[in-house]
Design a protein around this ligand. Sequence first.
Ligand SMILES: [Zn+2]
Length: 232
Amino acid sequence: MVHVLPKIDSTTYRPVLETAGEEVLAGCRCAECGGEAFRLTKRWVKRGLRRLQGDGPGVIAVRQAVCRRCKHCERVHPLDVLPGKTASVELPLAVVEARQCPGATVSAVSHRFGVARATVRNWEQGLATRYLDLQELTRHRALLASAETPTTAVKRVRRAVVAEIERTSQIASTRFVADPRRTDEEERREALRLLLELTKSLGGAHGAADVGAARFRQAVSGSRRSSSCSRA
Ligand SMILES: [Zn+2]
């Protein structure tokens, strides 16, 4: 898990965090113990970040914060930087949207955005799958709520996110309906069309990320834990 700051994106992050006090983490909770008091450490961690308006791969340094109660350490991210991902939140959605245009081949979109063809395909496949996962989660939310004991912060956040998306968005009215007459490619394209519609209803990629940051102050990394904080 990482802390995510609303209203602060990767373009304004560095100067704000260089001078910020602990109040910048108001509303954040420790993923380990639920504590709400943190200390910003002097440690900055570099990680890759490719922006929509960037000129190729870049790097951003993110600051770490430590829980005052249990000493658990988490990174502090701007709203557009996803944990474990090297592309800003806007880039994959822009690529997928560009591919929706008739005649926009993988090669053409790959060239336009400066990303590999395999990456374009991976984002299309991955985002379509995530959208269908989200539908399944919202469909079974009532069941999950009664069956799952909220033992971990990840589960707690995931359930809260699903409930919030369902409450504030049009996902219930734009349900994906599988159609056996469609090819796999056509099914994927339909899922992505609905995902883009959902994102638009939340204010676009940047707007949706800001809404998420303001409401949850946390994001879950699917690839690694960020709990060690060796030099503070
Ligand atoms: Zn803690």
